[in-house]
Design a protein around this ligand. Structure first.
Ligand SMILES: NC(=O)c1ccc[n+]([C@@H]2O[C@H](COP(=O)([O-])OP(=O)(O)OC[C@H]3O[C@@H](n4cnc5c(N)ncnc54)[C@H](OP(=O)(O)O)[C@@H]3O)[C@@H](O)[C@H]2O)c1
Length: 255
């Protein structure tokens, strides 16, 4: 039987890199996407040495206009058949909305929403045609809250959750599984890239490997919404009983 292949965006660091590790440990070959050539190639080489799997580093800015075309060309040229897609690449912008740069927010929306949606469409069409495949979209517990001082980030993750839930329902009869991962604050490069070192959120940040292990189990068990950690599950559960207009002041204090 041919080994299965997982395609992971943002596979060079943080949660994406740990997802690459746990899937490689299970015997999956890995196509990893990121922008930093050296870091990505090092990460993929590490997987080959540790687990004896095959890897393909694909250096690509996912917000580039022709990103999906380039990915399509690469997969065809290398004759790669993708079984599992993990749309993980994403970042946040921390700060008062009116004080932060529009260009940063635009890039965030392009990566967290537009690129994720286009890649999902690209893979979902092919998976539906052959009647099988799995898609894991990385949202956040932020998906369940209005994000004061990270307004566009939380809103982008609410989109990822809503989009994935709807798509899961559409694709289920076609044999394609869609899951959505909602981690809480996790140690990675996220905090630095979001300029969120003043935020209180990361004081109790969790471990990216633990997030990846829970995600793997969730995908294997065909779970729809995967929330790693008891505290995160509890926060999401409690949010259902709080009037929406009270959520933003609560988040303001937490952020
Ligand atoms: N850390 C948290 O607290 C947390 C909590 C909930 C959800 N999440 C979500 O988890 C996902 C992974 O975040 P992380 O915490 O692991 O952050 P991270 O350590 O900063 O990793 C982000 C990854 O995405 C890649 N990337 C960023 N922009 C890209 C672009 N334009 N094109 C291609 N690749 C790009 C990065 O590589 P390059 O820089 O080389 O491009 C890196 O591999 C994100 O969707 C994030 O929103 C994180």
């Amino acid at each position: 039987m041919r080994p299965e292949t997982v395609f992971i965006t943002g596979a060079s660091s943080g949660i994406g890199l740990e997802l690459a590790h746990v899937f490689a440990r299970e015997g999956y070959n890995v196509v990893g996407v990121a922008q930093n050539d050296v870091q990505l190639r090092d990460a993929m080489r590490g997987l080959e040495h540790e687990y004896g799997v095959k890897t393909w580093p694909l250096v690509q800015n996912l917000t580039a206009r022709n990103a999906v075309e380039k990915i399509d060309e690469f997969l065809h040229a290398e004759k790669i058949h993708v079984d599992v897609v993990i749309n993980n690449a994403g970042f946040g912008v921390f700060g008062e909305f009116i004080q932060t740069d529009w260009e940063d927010h635009k890039e965030l929306l392009d990566l967290n929403i537009v690129s994720l949606t286009e890649l999902t469409k690209y893979f979902a069409q092919r998976m539906a045609k052959r009647g099988g495949g799995k898609i894991l979209n990385v949202a956040s517990i932020a998906s369940f809250f209005p994000g004061v001082f990270m307004d566009t980030y939380y809103a982008s993750k609410a989109y990822v959750l809503s989009f994935s839930l709807a798509l899961a329902e559409e694709l289920r009869p076609k044999g394609v599984q869609v899951s959505v991962l909602c981690p809480g604050p996790t140690r990675s490069n996220f905090e630095t890239r979001a300029h969120a070192t003043r935020s209180k959120l990361f004081g109790r940040a969790g471990d990216a490997r633990k997030v990846a292990e829970v995600a793997l189990k969730g995908v294997q068990n065909n779970k729809l919404i995967i929330i790693p950690g008891t505290r995160n599950k509890l926060n999401v559960f409690m949010s259902r009983f709080i009037p929406r207009k009270w959520l933003a002041p609560l988040v303001r204090r937490a952020n």
